[in-house]
Design a protein around this ligand. Structure first.
Ligand SMILES: Cc1ncc(COP(=O)(O)O)c(C=O)c1O
Length: 366
């Protein structure tokens, strides 16, 4: 069929998001450590609402997601009027790009930044510009050097995915001082809950002091609700009001909202997840070093590991071998990291299996 319908130029250039593998055709049992979903899944308390939800699904949900916003505000001590809810934080990232940029504008993000940033830029019709990292870390110096009159938005994931590195509060403070106020800084703190470093900030305090900052968060990671598509953000009321005009009217479905509220209340599940992550992240780093590989220091719920560029032990070949054993980790070629693989911090038995096969492949002692 001929392409008789003309597509807008910027839409034509959109590169489809490449999700981590989630299935293997020949295997029922897999170990999936590819998408950084929380190790323990969702709070067991959520199961009850999923069972009871049938009698609610024929009604439209609250277009303002007020109950959810109220619970978010309570937990994180925020002004409810400045809380935004999104169909995953992806929706928020794409929508702010659409609101604050367009053809002729530039959007900056790190060379190893989250794949949604170029997509959000393309959807908005703006030009996405990659900024060089230093040692796999967002470089404030390089970001400032890349700012031009056309720059409208800067996306920074803190911690960054897929590298797992982070910027300290001091580094962000210095960045904000140097950044022109006409530029929107998006601090994507999808993995904030996992960070245990004293010198880290998710950005809530920065939003409170600066009208040009929005911090985005997700229920897909520590809260284990990736399948429900639920994200939120904190910003000035000005940004929140515009967002609410532009987003789709019922962007948060009822089950997602109910599940999010329960997830926020389950403090012991939350604490257990952080404890597990800190312990097994450290454990995995040590095991990777024992094998002779290089882990990039991570503060999130995943670890990026460097492999030799070529030969039997290259990332591509190691990945193929692991897939043959039913273990799915994340290839990160689409991030320009061909010699690396990213491993999510899953359950103990999943990580033990991953390390066992890695050691077998590298012929190291079990
Ligand atoms: C840095 C970062 N931001 C945002 C997201 C998207 O999260 P959500 O599931 O809320 O759309 C991810 C998901 O992997 C991520 O890694």
């Amino acid at each position: 069929m001929s392409n008789f319908l003309k597509i807008k130029k910027n839409i034509n250039s959109v590169v489809k998001y490449e999700a981590g593998l989630s299935k293997l055709a020949d295997r029922k049992k897999i170990v999936k450590l590819s998408s950084n979903e929380g190790a323990f899944g969702a709070s067991p308390k959520i199961r009850k609402i999923l069972k009871n939800s049938e009698n609610k699904i024929f009604r439209y949900p609250d277009p303002e997601s007020n109950a959810l916003k109220k619970e978010i505000s309570k937990k994180y001590k925020l002004n409810q009027n400045n809380v935004i809810c999104g169909n995953g934080s992806d929706e928020i990232l794409a929508t702010v790009a659409k609101i604050f940029s367009g053809p002729g504008d530039e959007i900056l993000y790190s060379e190893y930044g989250f794949l949604m940033y170029p997509i959000a830029s393309q959807l908005a019709g703006a030009k996405g510009i990659k900024v060089k990292d230093i040692n796999y870390k967002n470089s404030i110096k390089n970001f400032i050097k890349s700012v031009t009159k056309k720059t409208k938005i800067i996306f920074i994931a803190n911690p960054n995915n897929p590298t797992g590195t982070y910027l300290t509060k001091k580094e962000l403070d210095e960045f904000i001082i140097k950044l022109p106020k006409r530029i929107l800084l998006v601090i994507d703190a999808a993995y904030a809950e996992y960070v245990t470093k004293e010198d880290y900030t998710s950005g809530i305090d920065l939003v409170k002091k600066n009208n040009n900052i929005i911090m985005t968060r997700t229920f897909s990671k520590i809260y284990g609700l990736a399948g429900q598509r639920l994200g939120w953000a904190y910003s000035s009321k000005y940004i929140a009001d515009i967002f609410n005009k532009v987003r789709l009217p019922f962007n948060i479905n009822k089950i997602a909202s109910d599940a999010g509220i329960i997830a926020l209340k389950d403090k012991s599940f939350f604490k257990r997840s952080i404890k597990h992550n800190s312990y097994y992240l450290n454990w995995l780093i040590k095991e990777i070093v024992k094998i002779g590989l290089i882990p990039i220091p991570s503060v999130a719920n995943f670890l990026l590991v460097k492999f030799p560029e070529k030969g039997k032990f290259s990332a591509t070949n190691v990945n193929k071998y692991l897939l043959s054993k039913g273990i799915i980790i994340r290839k990160v070629d689409s991030y320009g990291l061909n010699n690396c693989l990213r491993i999510s911090i899953g359950k103990k038995h999943e990580l033990v299996k991953f390390v066992k096969y890695l050691k077998i492949y590298f012929k190291k002692k079990l």
